[in-house]
Design a protein around this ligand. Sequence first.
Ligand SMILES: [Mg+2]
Ligand SMILES: [Zn+2]
Length: 190
Amino acid sequence: MKRPAVFLDRDGTINYDPGYLDSPDKLVVLPPARRGLKLLSELGYPLFIVTNQSGIGRGYLSVETLQAIHRRLEEELAPAGVKFEEIAFCPHHPEEGCSCRKPSPKMVLDLAAAHDIDLAASYLVGDSPSDIETGRRAGCRTVLLSGPDPAGRAGAAGGRVEPEYSAADLWEAARLIRELAASDREGRPR
Ligand SMILES: [Mg+2]
Ligand SMILES: [Zn+2]
């Protein structure tokens, strides 16, 4: 039977986004993300990262460095019981015109097919409008992270792609997903 999952953007959602994260030593996991990922794991959701890493196409870091960053991320989160089923990344320069770069839903669709995921019951959580568009196009529920300021949320959405839900950070998003799952079980309208 297909399972629901949570697809997560990486930079600005899980870790502090310094522009182009190019070394494991610069990785800083956001504290609310750590708590949120722990809760999502406890709720039993398979977790996937879908991340645009055009820094590779731009020559700022290698695929090997990216993989070292992801190993560090997994090591940092393992004590919280968090593990990612798979981390998908687009390494291309935006001008290469690849088929995987978000807002293309391709990374999400490929992961869903490979891992037998029920997209309509899944969530995509990210901090940019392009994440929300990706989730929309993949047929997921979408949660935009845009800080504690409600005015900031509207600004982050840019009026382009309205998320289904919004939350200050990944901790708030995880609690929202827990509530939504509970309403689903009780058959209440969302
Ligand atoms: Mg981001
Ligand atoms: Zn790509």
